[in-house]
Design a protein around this ligand. Structure first.
Ligand SMILES: NC(=O)C1=CN([C@@H]2O[C@H](COP(=O)(O)OP(=O)(O)OC[C@H]3O[C@@H](n4cnc5c(N)ncnc54)[C@H](O)[C@@H]3O)[C@@H](O)[C@H]2O)C=CC1
Ligand SMILES: NCC(=O)COP(=O)(O)O
Length: 338
């Protein structure tokens, strides 16, 4: 472990998406946005080409060790070569041939954190279907990072990663994530809700400094099941989970009807909401703050944040996408690593 402040490791993201240019735009905003130092784990030649195509004047400096990134950062965007290069990298046109480079960037960045050479990882978006086409076996970063966590010393495998989308107004945690909607009722169990809530409560306290956090738990069905008339998951699964959490001393409330859980007065009653499926939690966050939302993975032995948006292929290469969510992700990672 090096002494002194260290630079955050930023992965390259989908080469065909907006990620590479957002990294350049965030670097350009470093002084105005008072950003922590960071370096990109990627392919220098590819980044140089994509930034130039997007009309961004960003000098790059290849580094061989993360410890030199801080000294370089004010003058140039430091880039530590990933183990695999980008072979296609055409804006707007993902290629399965680039999956190796995308995955290597993530794996290498996490390894640097494991070695104590970077304090945390910030990940621009990946094009998930492109990685699946190349045989990637995880739904997204969240699950992949959970898997990589087993390499960390003292971590008892398997790690259960928990996705949280956060903005000033709301923190939302989907209990089920990237699964078909029709699979949700079968996947929802009391154990899954309790396990998720315990991780959220622990990390809100330990990483976010929220003492004794208040967790609201959403129902699955309209009107939280209307006493069992419109579905029984609330009675048979969600309420028993809440009761178990209360028995553990966790301040959990619910099941709350999903449609009345996100207006300002309702949001004032909790520090985070557990939603039963992806869109139930992500729609409110992205509606309130698409340009500021941050995706943070809880339950990992290290800090990982990400912008809330995806690869926006139709904007890639134009230099017009907004870097504000990535900037917020860098700021939050910096805060959480201190
Ligand atoms: N953390 C990650 O790796 C994430 C990856 N994705 C992936 O991204 C791909 C595309 O997903 P979509 O659902 O289309 O969502 P998206 O966020 O890429 O795009 C949704 C809409 O928002 C716009 N948009 C997105 N980011 C923007 C920005 N920074 N500035 C201005 N406008 C922006 C897009 O142009 C589009 O109109 C999918 O493969 C998905 O899996 C999506 C979310 C997170
Ligand atoms: N919709 C959020 C999302 O897709 C984030 O996925 P991940 O790659 O961060 O797991």
């Amino acid at each position: 472990m090096n002494g002194g402040p260290q630079a955050l490791a930023v992965t390259q993201g989908e080469p065909a998406g907006i990620g590479p240019e957002l990294i350049g735009m965030a670097w350009q905003a470093r002084a105005e946005a008072r950003l922590p130092s960071f370096f990109c784990v990627g392919d220098v030649a590819f980044l140089e080409r994509r930034l130039a195509e997007a009309g961004l004047a960003v000098p790059l400096r290849e580094i061989s060790r993360p410890s030199t990134a801080g000294a370089v950062f004010q003058e140039a965007l430091p880039v530590l070569p990933a183990r695999e290069s980008i072979v296609s990298g055409i804006a707007g046109k993902p290629s399965p041939a680039d999956a190796g480079g995308v995955i290597a960037s993530i794996t290498d960045a996490v390894e640097l954190v494991r070695l104590g050479e970077a304090p945390g990882v910030v990940t621009p978006p990946i094009q998930k279907d492109n990685l699946y086409a190349a045989g990637f076996g995880f739904p997204g970063h969240t699950e992949f990072l959970g898997d990589l966590s087993s390499r960390f010393e003292g971590v008892a495998a398997p790690v259960r990663p928990v996705m949280m989308l956060a903005c000033d107004e709301l923190r939302a945690v989907p209990v089920t994530i990237h699964v078909p909607l029709r699979a949700v009722p079968e996947l929802l169990t009391k154990a899954l809700i309790v396990e998720t809530a315990v991780i959220v409560a622990r990390d809100l306290e330990a990483r976010f400094g929220i003492a004794d956090p208040r967790l609201a738990v959403a129902g699955l069905n309209p009107h939280a099941g209307e006493g069992g008339a419109i579905g029984r998951e609330e009675i048979e699964i969600i309420l028993p989970a809440i009761e178990e959490l209360r028995g553990m001393g966790i301040r959990a409330t619910g099941p709350h009807p999903g449609d009345t859980l996100f207006h300002p007065a309702a949001r004032a009653e909790y520090d985070a909401v557990l939603t039963m499926y992806h869109d139930q939690g992500l729609i409110p966050v992205k509606t309130l703050a698409f340009d500021r939302g941050v995706n943070v993975t809880l339950g990992l032995p290290f800090v990982r944040t990400s912008p809330d948006h995806g690869t926006a292929l139709s904007l890639a290469g134009k230099g017009t996408a907004s870097p504000t969510s990535l900037i917020e992700a860098l700021r939050l990672a910096d805060r959480l690593t201190r």
